[in-house]
Design a protein around this ligand. Structure first.
Ligand SMILES: CC(C)(COP(=O)(O)OP(=O)(O)OC[C@H]1O[C@@H](n2cnc3c(N)ncnc32)[C@H](O)[C@@H]1OP(=O)(O)O)[C@@H](O)C(=O)NCCC(=O)NCCS
Length: 197
């Protein structure tokens, strides 16, 4: 389990799958990601089985906000590919609960996963691709230190128009740990004054 001041990052479980299907089938969410075709729970179960074959560090994490005495899942993220020899990873993130967009949760989750990539896994670069019309995601990535490296022109076709796909990356020395990183591994507990788990 990993913690940020407001979030908990934990392993995905089978119980998450109905929620993931609902998120991935929401057009407002999937317009920003590669999977646009409707998914069934059976599709998601197959995906879950494939994820369980991956090395642990490449398995997705569910991130959750504290709600009452418990935790509520709002999104998931992963280092979807790790090139150990070159020491880089590719990152993917989505907050499926739209009510939580634009409140800094994405940035906070990204800070945690980028920090984990650099200071736990000893990687030296984290990269991703983002559609040119996804300004919110680009801004969240910039806040974590990602820089624009390139543009795949007209790589994306969506709703009758072509769009560019932007390549962004952050190098280890370009990442400034957020203040709460010093409280690792229980920044949430320190901030909220309660036991982390
Ligand atoms: C991308 C995502 C993870 C970002 O998380 P988030 O919690 O919504 O983002 P944050 O609140 O941390 O930061 C968003 C920033 O973008 C800004 N922003 C929002 N809409 C914007 C727009 N249309 N243009 C420019 N900036 C915008 C916000 O003001 C904020 O910046 P600020 O803190 O400087 O004000 C989340 O929105 C999400 O999952 N979206 C759907 C799926 C997706 O896009 N995944 C990424 C695919 S590459």
């Amino acid at each position: 389990m990993f913690y940020t001041p407001r979030l908990r990052l934990r392993a995905i479980t089978r119980a998450d799958l109905p929620l993931f299907v609902a998120w991935m089938n929401d057009p407002e969410v999937h317009q920003y990601i590669t999977t646009i075709w409707p998914l069934s729970i059976e599709d998601e179960e197959e995906w879950f089985t494939r994820q369980r074959q991956l090395p642990l560090e490449q398995r997705p994490l569910t991130f959750e906000v504290r709600e009452g005495d418990g935790w509520r899942p709002i999104g998931n993220m992963a280092l979807i590919h790790i090139a150990w020899r070159h020491r880089w990873a590719e990152l993917a993130v989505a907050i499926g609960e739209k009510a939580y967009w634009g409140q800094g949760y994405g940035t906070e989750a990204l800070q945690a996963l980028v920090g984990i990539a650099f200071e736990i896994l000893n990687l030296q670069r984290v990269q991703l691709e983002v559609y040119d019309f996804n300004r919110r995601a680009q801004r969240a990535y910039e806040k974590v230190g990602f820089r624009l490296e390139g543009r795949r022109r007209r790589a994306i076709y969506y709703r009758g128009a072509y769009h560019d796909s932007l390549m962004m990356a952050v190098l280890r020395e370009e990442w400034t740990p957020p203040p709460w990183w010093r409280e690792w591994p229980y920044p949430g507990a320190a901030v909220q004054g309660s036991p982390a788990p």
